[in-house]
Design a protein around this ligand. Structure first.
Ligand code: MCA
Ligand code: CO
Length: 133
């Protein structure tokens, strides 16, 4: 059911500056994409079969803005690749996990994504991600 670690999301204040830092380390930003539904701008770095997502808020009420206000920059979420996101959401709902999204939404690269609340997942914001490879 779980395919791989799809990506680690990192909240940053300024995407262009963060890209310089990460490319200075030797990583390569493949693409930068705005995801209006999530109020973020995303820089995608491929690392083997996984990705790093650098995330900048595109509005004051973006979840990324609130996160940074409260906790500063840093690791924001862990995204796991799944075969069937609807089935997984159903299963977790039945098991009593607190779903932020009952139905998947569209994320970066057109993936189907849904979040499970950190309070249900030992303090980790978990993202389920179904991607047509
Ligand atoms: C597009 C791209 C993609 O992959 O395609 C993305 O990832 S989009 C990535 C951006 N989109 C998202 O993050 C959408 C899902 N996130 C959300 O719905 C929200 O951010 C949220 C429900 C996790 C938290 O929102 P909130 O208004 O409740 O914020 P609060 O600050 O009050 O958080 C409530 C409690 O959760 C904790 N908390 C909040 N955010 C996180 C986090 N990222 N990781 C771990 N814990 C967290 C807070 O410390 C607090 O705990 P305590 O009470 O103990 O202090
Ligand atoms: Co993500």
């Amino acid at each position: 059911m779980f395919k791989k670690i799809d990506h680690v999301g990192i909240a940053v204040k300024n995407l262009d500056e963060a890209i310089k830092v990460w490319e200075g380390l030797g990583f390569k930003v493949e693409e930068v994409e705005e995801v209006p539904d999530q109020k973020v701008r995303v820089a995608v770095i491929k690392v083997g079969e996984s990705r790093i997502e650098l995330l900048e808020a595109t509005s004051e009420d973006s979840p990324i803005a609130k996160f940074i206000e409260k906790r500063g920059e840093g690791i924001h979420h862990l995204a796991i690749g799944v075969e069937n996101i609807e089935a997984k959401l159903e299963e977790l709902k039945e098991k009593g996990y607190r779903l932020i999204d009952e139905k998947p939404r569209i994320g970066a690269g057109g993936a189907k994504i849904a979040f499970v609340h950190p309070k249900s997942v030992t303090g980790v914001l978990l993202e389920l991600c179904e991607r047509k490879e």
